[in-house]
Design a protein around this ligand. Structure first.
Ligand code: ACO
Length: 276
């Protein structure tokens, strides 16, 4: 894509990384130069964002300079300084961290802070010539991301093919949202005993509605701290059980009316131990 102005000063490297200040991370210059450069980068991002949306059949762009200003996301731009008199911009890739609720391989809900691929576009005249791979590889290196750890926001068929071809990503873990995650997304759980691993106890019951989901590890820790309680005691019923049929099979909280009607001793047999 060509612009009225010369894009070559922006592309001191073939690929430049832009953050919310709309300046390439390699930028050196005074205030006036910074304002001029940010204006040009802003136009590039807006036009490339428009082109990307059009290529994906979206009503409005996912990437605009205005949105980038308000986030800590990163845009990678790929330039071609040998094109014409002013050079050209041929690719855009936007990534960033997002907090997502995702299902793991067992259908358990997890809250994760995941690196996400949010927008990706190579100009039509340059697709399928390896430029997308060059752009993606640079992003992985700069951000220190692993392909299988990325969540992909509504990938197009072309991007699905791209990820399969270059990174062998094929098997997805079904999700309820627009994000696609691949096998390998959930690596080894954290070895830090104080950190929760993101697994949530979510049910349709009132406890979740009132207090929100709870981290499973937090419950496990609470139980572990009751050292006087034998771990294999028949009355020790785990608050959270991993169930073969997923989160809907999680134990429901005891109804207080049921507690009044029935003695608490008998109720405990089939319900979670809420004393914990
Ligand atoms: C989260 C999101 O951003 S989803 C939206 C992704 N973006 C789009 O769909 C916009 C239109 N597509 C594009 O801009 C580009 O095709 C990209 C960014 C997906 C890939 O960039 P490219 O420069 O074409 O990638 P690169 O040349 O490195 O790799 C080519 C591979 O990508 C896939 N691919 C690229 N173009 C196509 C296409 N037209 N049809 C099918 N697969 C394609 C194929 O796997 C291809 O390998 P192949 O040619 O051996 O079949």
């Amino acid at each position: 894509m060509e612009f009225r102005f010369d894009v070559r000063p922006i592309f001191t490297n073939q690929i430049v990384r832009i953050n919310s200040n709309l300046l390439p991370s390699t930028f050196v210059g005074d205030r006036r130069m910074a304002i001029d450069m940010a204006n040009k980068v802003s136009q590039i991002i807006n036009e490339m964002g428009e082109a990307s949306a059009k290529a994906q059949g979206l009503n409005k762009p996912v990437t605009t300079s205005q949105k980038l200003r308000l986030t800590d996301q990163m845009v990678y731009l790929l330039g071609d300084n040998d094109h014409g008199r002013h050079g050209a911009v041929v690719g855009l890739l936007k990534v960033g961290q997002k907090s997502l609720y995702v299902f793991d391989e067992n259908g358990e809900t997890k809250m994760v802070d995941a690196p996400c691929v949010l927008d990706f576009y190579v100009h039509e005249s340059r697709q399928r010539s390896g430029l997308g791979k060059t752009l993606f590889e640079t992003m992985l290196r700069e951000e220190n991301y692993k392909p299988e750890k990325l969540a992909i926001d509504r990938p197009s068929d072309k991007l699905i093919g791209f990820l399969r071809k270059h990174y062998g990503l094929e098997k997805t873990i079904p999700q309820m949202n627009n994000f696609v995650v691949y096998e390998g997304f959930f690596g080894n759980p954290s070895s830090d005993p104080n950190s929760h691993d993101g697994r949530m106890h979510m049910t349709a019951g009132p406890n979740t509605a009132l207090f929100g989901p709870q981290f499973i590890n937090d419950e496990c820790k609470k139980r572990a701290s009751k050292s006087w309680e034998p771990q294999n005691s028949p009355t020790t019923i785990p608050l959270v059980q991993s169930s073969p049929v997923g989160r809907y099979a999680a134990p429901r909280p005891m109804c207080s009316m049921a507690e009044i009607i029935h003695s608490s001793a008998t109720a405990a047999a089939g319900e979670p131990n809420r004393e914990l």
